[in-house]
Design a protein around this ligand. Structure first.
Ligand SMILES: C[S@@+](CC[C@H](N)C(=O)[O-])C[C@H]1O[C@@H](n2cnc3c(N)ncnc32)[C@H](O)[C@@H]1O
Length: 260
């Protein structure tokens, strides 16, 4: 682990007010906030989307989740939200960041319905064949696959389309994909260029896709209402962190069912 280089997991932890970050992460996070003032509200809005999507999926009948790029555990983790509704729900967390994984494994120690796997989501075999993941995920039952605020760290040249196909093929019918993704659509170009420049010097450079490119990530899935929209507009529940026009949020999200 290179602790001289900021990481997306620890910067995000800082945006959310967590304690699992180092000076190098805090400095980079402050540069990102200066570049894009909506960064902190954006992180909270993203977390709130994740929680609404998980509640929706549990209410739809999903009882097991794979959370790719789960981040450093913070309040309102997927298993906490899901198990409030259905205590038997199982969750496999996966992250590339060693601090996220070490902290996650210690927080979840002894919790038999959860696992925390240290893997790169681009290495689909390592994720899907992980014995820890297999301990909690049963691939004969529908799965909720979460890719929330993570695919903007995976460039097309890393084979994103093929990676998505492999995960989709592994999911049983009746499974769902929920994802959110930062975007430049509708944003002042200079904000986003500065934001991209901050992340270019971290362990996780950012790729800001357009709304149409994000919608295309759901190929071969059936989107649930309201489709691919900015995060505050996905089934809002009245709790809002983003004070500007919700149409102008710098990211899009959706939830979709695998086509049978
Ligand atoms: C912005 S955080 C999002 C955390 C959480 N999904 C959420 O939405 O609240 C992005 C996370 O993705 C992780 N990440 C980035 N690239 C990854 C990869 N290739 N494989 C697994 N995790 C990755 C980072 O380490 C970080 O923890």
């Amino acid at each position: 682990m290179n602790l001289d280089q900021p990481s997306a997991a620890r910067m995000y932890d800082y945006y959310l007010g967590g304690a699992h970050n180092f000076a190098v992460d805090r400095e980079a996070a402050e540069r990102a906030i200066a570049a894009l003032p909506a960064t902190i509200a954006g992180a909270r809005t993203n977390r709130a989307f994740l929680q609404r999507a998980v509640r929706f999926l549990v209410e739809t009948g999903i009882r097991q989740f794979i959370d790719l790029g789960s981040g450093i555990p913070t309040s309102g983790n997927v298993h906490e939200i899901a198990q409030q509704i259905e205590p038997d729900t199982r969750v496999a967390y996966v992250d590339i960041d060693a601090v996220a994984v070490t902290h996650g494994q210690s927080v979840l120690a002894g919790n038999k319905r959860t696992a925390f796997v240290h893997a790169d989501l681009r290495d689909v075999d390592a994720v899907l064949e992980s014995p820890d993941l297999r301990r909690v995920i049963d691939f004969s039952e529908p799965v909720g696959l979460l890719m929330v605020a993570v695919l903007h760290f995976v460039p097309d040249v890393d084979g994103l389309a093929g990676i998505l196909t492999r995960y989709r093929d592994a999911l049983p019918d009746g499974s769902y994909l929920a994802l959110s993704h930062m975007s430049m659509t509708g944003q002042p170009r200079e904000f986003l260029e500065r934001f991209e420049a901050v992340y270019a010097n971290t362990a996780n450079p950012v790729v800001l896709r357009s709304r149409d490119e994000i919608a295309a990530l759901f190929e071969h899935y059936e989107l649930v209402e309201p489709g691919v929209v900015t995060l505050p507009l996905w089934r809002p529940d009245g709790i809002s962190y983003f004070t500007e026009d919700p149409e102008r949020f710098p990211g899009f999200a959706g939830v979709a069912r695998k086509r049978g």
